[in-house]
Design a binder for this molecule. Structure first.
Ligand code: ITT
Length: 204
């Protein structure tokens, strides 16, 4: 079985590959599958956007499981912004050093209890038989006082996880995948895929 991941984000793809490594499937990015499709992510929720991406790629991907990830950072003090607009926040081409600095500035005067935030990830699947599934997971944390860490990508350097006493940009990919929104959502999706195909085999 082949899995095609409907993402153009190489950083997400690295994490996804590691999480999916123990599944006996070939995991391909859209680029590797030779698929070039522009998708307008105009949904209002992470789930809707993940489904929009997965369905668009499933239209052209034959006999493969298509998965898509829509994710982002919700900051309570900013009314859950940037949320579904996390990648478009301040412009898609604006470097994250600038986006992160701007967020730190916006929260400069806040107390610790006002800095709560979470990463959200929705993973949508479209299976070859057209069955669909969508799974959401989150990781709770706080906006850090300063940007720290070189690992990860995007908003990781300003996302502080109290249990670990560091930002997600200070965790190795393996550590981050164990606790992250993406890691948890994909673990559940893997379980669903294994059970679904297990069940199908039994019913034949
Ligand atoms: P695709 O739509 O092609 O998958 P994208 O980067 O546009 O790529 P999203 O629309 O899902 O993906 O936007 C997610 C953004 O949220 C991403 O670009 C990061 O800025 C942020 N984000 C999501 N997960 C993150 C993580 O684990 N660490 C840091 N930032 C993250």
């Amino acid at each position: 079985m082949k899995i095609i991941f409907a993402t153009g984000n190489e950083n997400k793809m690295k994490e996804i590959r590691e999480i999916m490594a123990d599944l006996h499937c070939e995991v391909l990015s859209m680029k590797e599958a030779g698929i070039v499709v522009e998708v307008e992510e105009d949904g209002e929720t992470f789930e809707e956007n993940a489904q929009i991406k997965a369905r668009a790629i499933a239209e052209v991907a034959k006999d493969a499981i298509v998965l898509a990830d829509d994710s982002g950072l919700e900051i309570d003090f900013l009314n859950k912004e940037p949320g579904v607009r996390s990648s478009r926040f301040m412009g898609v081409d604006t470097p994250y050093t600038i986006k992160n600095q701007h967020i730190l500035e916006l929260l400069k005067e806040t107390e610790e209890e006002q800095r709560s935030a979470r990463f959200v990830c929705a993973i949508a699947a479209v299976l070859p038989d057209k069955k669909e599934k969508v799974i959401r997971a989150t990781i709770e944390g706080q906006i850090a006082k300063e940007s720290i860490g070189e690992e990860g990508f995007g908003y990781d350097p300003i996302f502080y996880v109290p249990e670990f006493g560091c930002t997600t940009a200070e965790l190795s990919m393996e550590q981050k995948n164990k606790i992250s929104h993406r890691g948890k959502a994909l673990a559940k999706m893997k379980k669903f895929i294994i059970e679904y195909y297990g069940m199908q085999k039994q019913s034949k």
